[in-house]
Design a protein around this ligand. Structure first.
Ligand code: ADP
Ligand code: MG
Length: 293
């Protein structure tokens, strides 16, 4: 295509809420055959809320909420914020943790009122030799089977219960994915969340291929692996942890509702935070490059 055609295409994109970094981006957009989609904040709204609290026997609900909420109040993760909000709603003002550490893709740990507290994936608690009872583990599996995210809470060396957090699929995601498939593209769901949750969300929006339990730093390797298989990959993401994968992809698309780091790493920003804009971007590039040869 001529530079003029590309510039016109870029301008058209801006009108539709598809911000394209440079005219040359439209060229790579056309060749894409695989679209890797981050789950949280991309396919889903990322607006989570605390929907259930299940305690191990003898554990006080308010105490669990206070410890977990205090720690998560210091976290910027959507799961952490949902927990902090839900906890504060129920138990009131939360104490500031004396100590706080974020374990990327796994959870948080720190000290609240002199007690060492861990909140996160079951594997994070296992690192501290804390295990959920069979009963709670079963409740966890059930909630995950419903597509909810479950995090475990432990303190003083023991697992104390679980918090169930639910996210909602963006209302336009299923339509966008159906349209991507109609354009001949293969969608792939990529997430750090567990297989059961990932499968449930994938089924809700019509994605067959799921790559779950991927650590933040490994998302980029998944994209590189797909490229190694000869695929031309677009990646759509929103989070700080998606940035390297967005840069690695042949085409990076950031949700406008996402973090600045993701937007900087991407070639295209979907201003409206709606996956249908990814479809608009691909249609636009095909049109721009086919009408003017
Ligand atoms: P995604 O790839 O879906 O955006 P992340 O890689 O950020 O998810 O996180 C992966 C998993 O790690 C979460 O599903 C959750 O189980 C756990 N996790 C991450 N951060 C936190 C936190 N602040 N509190 C509790 N659990 C967390
Ligand atoms: Mg995300």
């Amino acid at each position: 295509a001529t530079p003029t055609a590309l510039l016109v295409g870029t301008g058209r994109g801006a009108q539709m809420g598809v911000l394209i970094k440079g005219p040359e981006v439209l060229e790579s957009t056309r060749k894409v055959d695989t679209v890797v989609l981050d789950k949280t904040g991309t396919v889903t709204s990322g607006k989570m809320s605390l929907v259930d609290v299940i305690m191990e026997p003898g554990v006080d609900r308010a105490e669990l909420l206070r410890y977990a909420g205090a720690l998560e109040n210091a976290s910027e993760h959507p799961i952490g914020q949902a927990i902090a909000r839900g906890a504060a709603d129920e138990v009131g003002p939360l104490p500031a943790p004396e100590d706080f550490a974020n374990v990327e893709g796994a959870g948080v740990l720190g000290s609240v009122d002199g007690t060492t507290v861990v909140v996160g994936r079951e594997t994070l608690l296992a690192d501290w030799s804390q295990r959920l009872s069979a009963e709670i583990a079963e409740a966890k599996a059930r909630a995950e089977g419903e597509g909810k995210t479950v995090v475990a809470v432990g303190w003083d060396g023991r697992a104390r219960g679980i918090l169930v957090v639910a996210d909602t699929v963006r209302p336009t995601s299923a339509q966008a994915i159906a349209e991507l498939q109609r354009l001949g593209l293969t969608p792939v769901l990529l997430t750090g969340d567990n297989e059961a949750v990932a499968r449930q969300i994938a089924a809700e929006v019509g994605i067959d291929q799921v790559i779950a339990e991927v650590l933040p730093q490994d998302k980029v390797d998944v994209v590189a692996r797909l490229q190694g298989e000869g695929r031309v990959v677009a990646m759509v993401g929103d989070g700080v942890n998606d940035a390297p994968a967005l840069a690695q992809a042949d085409l990076g698309l950031a949700m406008g509702t996402g973090t600045d780091v993701a937007i900087e790493a991407a070639d295209i920003t979907l201003v409206r935070g709606d996956l249908r804009s990814a479809v608009d971007a691909i249609r636009l590039s095909r049109k721009t490059l086919s009408t003017i040869k």
